[in-house]
Design a protein around this ligand. Structure first.
Ligand code: ATP
Ligand code: MG
Length: 256
């Protein structure tokens, strides 16, 4: 499975979901790769120090002579490797202007890995530009985190339109694995209304698992840990474990 975690809205939980879903998949004992496609490099910094990131996904995508294997590093999580990002990734769009294969770069580089990873999780930036399109072209599945907020569904039309375009040509096999509601506060009536609203739009695509608001999830990146070692008994750990189970279930049942 190659799963892109995308939503062009900022701060909805893409990185938190990418990091902890990747860690949960790795904990099941299969080799897993987390690819950071966001110039903000938040998922990279969740596991690595800035100083150790010499080559990044920018180099692998921009340079024909650089492979993903050249930039991949191990994380402290067993079975989990990362292709880290750096701020320079923001220049990629300008760098690839006029290149006919601009949308296929990541897919080609993933293909060169020759199935070394059972699962690949791609953390996308908050935009629908070339980087997110590269992820959607390379992915077998898409997972959309939606924040439990009054503005939750703003912009999802544009996201769905982009998905349709990608499906028409470069990647007809792309499946929507599901929508996960994040930062949910089940005590409030508003949060319940928002959940109903998201359910109305996405129906059965919405995961049963809802990610609750949890301070532990905010803290764990500062300690370079996933939620499963940082706070194994927290709601965040339980929620992301259960999301991972549901993801596997859907992929295996081919219902996505
Ligand atoms: P961006 O669009 O900037 O890449 P993002 O969609 O990747 O953002 P995150 O970075 O995962 O979003 O989350 C935004 C902020 O909310 C972060 O500070 C993160 O720690 C926090 N956060 C994410 N999920 C939760 C949660 N379930 N409970 C509490 N805080 C959360
Ligand atoms: Mg992010």
């Amino acid at each position: 499975m190659i799963v892109a975690i995308a939503n062009q809205k900022g701060g909805v939980g893409k990185t938190t979901t990418a990091v902890n879903l990747a860690a949960a998949l790795a904990m099941r004992g299969r080799k897993t790769l987390l690819i950071d496609l966001d110039p903000q490099a938040n998922s990279s910094i969740s596991f690595l120090e800035h100083g150790v990131i010499a080559r990044s996904t920018y180099d692998a995508i921009a340079e024909t002579g650089c492979s993903l294997a050249d930039v991949i590093q191990a994380t402290p999580v067993p079975n989990l490797d990362i292709a880290p990002a750096r701020i320079g990734l923001a220049k990629l769009e300008a760098r690839l202007v006029g290149e006919l294969d601009a949308h296929f770069r990541l897919k080609d580089k993933i293909n060169q890995l020759d199935g070394r990873y059972a699962h690949i999780v791609i953390d996308c930036p908050p935009a629908l530009g070339l980087l997110t399109v590269n992820a959607l072209v390379a992915a077998t599945h898409l997972l959309i985190p939606i924040q439990s907020s009054y503005f939750a569904l703003e912009g999802t039309d544009d996201l769905l339109e982009t998905i349709e375009k990608v499906r028409q040509r470069p990647n007809p096999g792309l499946r929507i694995l599901g929508v996960v509601i994040t930062m949910h506060d089940k005590r409030t009536a508003l949060a319940r209304d928002i959940r109903d609203q998201i359910q109305k739009v996405f129906g059965g695509k919405v995961f049963r698992t809802v990610i609750a608001k949890s301070v532990r999830l905010e803290e764990s990146p500062a300690y370079k840990e996933s939620i499963f070692t940082f706070a194994p008994d927290s709601a965040g750990a339980t929620d992301y474990y259960s999301l991972c189970e549901e993801v596997i279930e859907r992929v295996e049942a081919r219902t996505a």
